[in-house]
Write a protein that binds this ligand. Structure first.
Ligand code: PLP
Length: 447
């Protein structure tokens, strides 16, 4: 067996990096040439070799308030030292109730109950299970089919990859959950390239739900799950009227509508949630990431009153939903989330994202015309720059930009040949200028 060596490893001896099987990463390529962060503050990371890197992606779409916010760190530290853990089943602690209550007050409409999980993937599984169990609780036990969308990403667990629409993620296991259909995605360069904000073309694509209903009958369909803005599959902005149309069709047939707001939640679009931004009230919202500013893992499902109420029948000593996690509403995560909500509020970060979105839009669209740029799209503080793929080598061009950006001091994220940008909401105009000027140079030098 040939021993792998990692000459550039900053972790000590050459093979110290071998044991960690990195997620969603080209392990051998990475370990041969590692990119390690060792510290972070506000808008910047510090690399292992002591360089500052401007965070253009809020970590992984999660550090919305910027890095190492003192208030959040102190709240976490206090909680760890007061009570590390409390059992989540048949026991409670005040933080979980305070957080749920605070979130319920922040949420639109009658989204007024919160089920806690530990990640976006778990939030999605929880929401899908709640949807099926809700219909059963109402005596509609045949409503079990779930409808997702092409190019959707809902985490990596079995339910999520089944309703998700990423072929590379689905091809190994995504067929195990049967009873799933997919709406078409809404991305069209032909009609919508270089749209500013929401594209005009494509609301009619929601009507495909009528076809699925005609095929299976509404009495067999539990829920539709979509990301209001798809992030992981390359920043796909919903066409004007599309989400409204989905809501109408779901209402017409008694189908629950779930918004997966793992990336759009907590201010990313310049409103608390995408549901607020688009003025569309789903039956459930899944969140994670920004709920704790990325400090401690946490996910949640926000549920409308009629759904929660449907479960609150039967003997009072009976468990209403046989679902939950050891760490549902973990005290440390709750402390982090409560402090995070304070910081969002005190710094007016959602409003800030809204105020900056016009400047952000203009800055990003200045990249139009650079080599290989075939689309620029934006909404709130989200940006997508699509590059033409090198024939026969999809992903190579964008990945090359990603590596060179990192080397020059900018963190971007790439998916396929699309650059996705989602900076902390504390970003200033000078950071936007810096990002765009670096990207301009990088793209000019792209082969
Ligand atoms: N749903 C959406 C829309 C996401 O963007 C993500 C992660 O990027 C997830 C779910 C999964 O979240 P996690 O990685 O926390 O499981």
């Amino acid at each position: 067996v040939q021993e792998l060596t990692y000459p550039n490893s900053p972790c000590g001896s050459a093979t110290d990096m071998e044991a960690f099987w990195m997620p969603f990463t080209a392990n051998r390529q990475f370990k041969a040439n590692p990119r390690l962060f060792v510290a972070a503050k506000d808008m910047h990371y510090t690399t292992a070799d002591g360089r500052q890197v401007l965070d253009g992606t809020a970590g992984l779409w999660c550090v919305n308030a910027g890095h190492c916010r003192v208030k959040i760190a102190e709240a976490v530290s206090r909680q760890v030292n007061t009570m590390d853990y409390a059992p989540a089943f048949q026991m409670g602690h005040p933080g979980a109730f305070q957080l749920a209550d605070r979130l319920a007050k922040m949420l639109p409409g009658d989204l007024d109950h919160v089920f806690f999980a530990n990640s976006g993937s778990e939030a999605v599984e929880s929401a899908l299970k709640i949807a099926i169990a809700y219909h059963r609780a109402k005596g509609d036990g045949t409503r079990q089919r779930l409808i997702g969308r092409e190019r959707g990403y809902h985490g990596v667990n079995f339910g999520g990859i089944s309703v998700g629409g990423i072929p590379t993620v689905r091809k190994f296991f995504g067929g195990l959950l049967t009873g799933v259909d997919h709406l078409p995605h809404t991305h069209s360069l032909e009609h919508n390239a270089f749209s500013k904000g929401q594209p005009a073309w494509g609301a009619h694509l929601a009507d495909d739900l009528e076809r699925i209903v005609a095929l299976h009958d509404a009495s067999n369909i539990a829920a539709v799950i979509v990301e209001p803005v798809a992030g992981s599959t390359g920043v796909l902005i919903p066409p004007v009227g599309y989400l409204q149309r989905l809501r109408e069709i779901c209402d017409k047939y008694g189908i629950l509508l779930i918004f997966d707001e793992v990336i759009t939640g907590f201010g990313r679009l310049g409103a608390p949630f995408a549901a607020d931004y688009f003025g569309v009230l789903p039956d459930m919202i899944t969140v994670a990431k920004g709920i704790t500013n990325g400090t401690v893992p946490m996910g949640a499902v926000f549920v409308r009153k009629h759904i929660y109420d449907a479960f609150m029948h039967g003997p009072e000593n009976a468990i209403e939903l046989f679902h939950g996690y050891t760490y549902s509403g973990h005290p440390v995560a709750c402390a982090a989330a409560l402090a995070t909500l304070d910081v969002y509020e005190e710094d007016g970060l959602f409003q800030r994202a809204n105020d900056l979105s016009g400047y952000w839009q203009d800055a990003l669209h200045s990249l139009k015309g650079l080599p290989h740029v075939i689309d620029v799209r934006n909404l709130g503080l989200v940006g997508g720059i699509e590059l033409e793929s090198i024939p026969g080598r999809p992903t190579a061009r964008a990945f090359d930009v990603f590596v060179r950006a990192y080397e020059q001091g900018l963190l971007i994220r790439t998916t396929g040949d699309i650059i996705a940008l989602s900076p902390p909401l504390m970003i200033e105009k000078r950071h936007i200028d810096q990002m765009v000027s670096m990207l301009t140079d990088l793209l000019k030098a792209t082969a």
